[in-house]
Design a binder for this molecule. Structure first.
Ligand SMILES: CC(C)(COP(=O)(O)OP(=O)(O)OC[C@H]1O[C@@H](n2cnc3c(N)ncnc32)[C@H](O)[C@@H]1OP(=O)(O)O)[C@@H](O)C(=O)NCCC(=O)NCCS
Length: 204
């Protein structure tokens, strides 16, 4: 698949700076990210969840900063083989400050993450989002994500989710991956029928 950032129709404001996460600025960035993401979370992620993603896949985390160097948007993701099969990217967290929404910022951040995954030879990208999250559904489906499964009462707040998958290579979708497989997080309580990581999708 061609680079997703080549699309010139983006509405993203030009005064913003889009940068890759820089581990040498962990304290500053992590504090700002947690503040931004926790505003929209039904349950806040622990610092260990952030570190799980950022320590291993900091290059798949992108930030949008305003002219005062204030964080206005963030995407956190990872990339690893899925059950010995396809190399799967996973969008774990995505949030844009309320007053900046509807300007294409999240679209641009997600595209940057996907482009990086493509660079690293990803086969597909997956995520979950609440079925009622219209903005997220619209954004992801516009980027080509397909609904792979409806997950009944997936989140701890009782809401259901869609698992969305973007296939990056011809034929990879037919490998037979089982999308019921929950994402393990070190230090998280044991998995029950409800996955404990409300990856991205509980951010509403
Ligand atoms: C989802 C979210 C990240 C989108 O950020 P954003 O920067 O506004 O996204 P974009 O501007 O790139 O695109 C959003 C799309 O949704 C549409 N949209 C936004 N709000 C909407 C709403 N309430 N109803 C329907 N569509 C909506 C926009 O029109 C746009 O689609 P378009 O380009 O076809 O017009 C942002 O709303 C947010 O931070 N929400 C809280 C956290 C969250 O839900 N994260 C996603 C978890 S999977």
């Amino acid at each position: 698949m061609a680079s997703l950032t080549d699309n010139s129709t983006t509405k993203s404001p030009s005064t913003l700076r889009y940068i890759q996460y820089d581990p040498s600025r962990e304290i500053e960035y992590l504090t700002a990210m947690r503040q931004l993401i926790s505003k929209d979370l039904s349950e806040p992620y622990s610092i260990y969840v952030y570190r799980y993603f950022l320590y291993q896949w900091g290059d798949l985390c992108f930030l949008a900063m305003d002219s005062n160097d204030k964080l206005v948007g963030v995407v956190v993701s990872k990339l690893e083989p899925h059950r010995g099969g396809p190399l799967r990217g996973y969008i774990a967290m995505l949030a844009v400050r309320e007053e900046y929404r509807g300007q294409g910022i999240a679209t641009r951040l997600v595209r940057m993450a996907i482009d990086k995954m493509i660079e690293r030879n990803a086969d597909e990208v997956a995520l979950e989002t609440e079925v009622v999250n219209t903005a997220a559904m619209k954004l992801y489906e516009r980027l080509g994500f397909l609904r792979s499964k409806r997950l009944h009462r997936y989140y701890l707040n009782g809401n259901s989710a869609y698992r969305l998958v973007l296939y990056l290579k011809e034929g990879v979708g037919s490998i037979g991956a089982n999308y019921d497989y929950p994402v393990p997080i070190p230090g998280a309580p044991p998995q029950t029928t409800t996955p404990q990581i409300p990856a991205g999708g509980s951010v509403v």
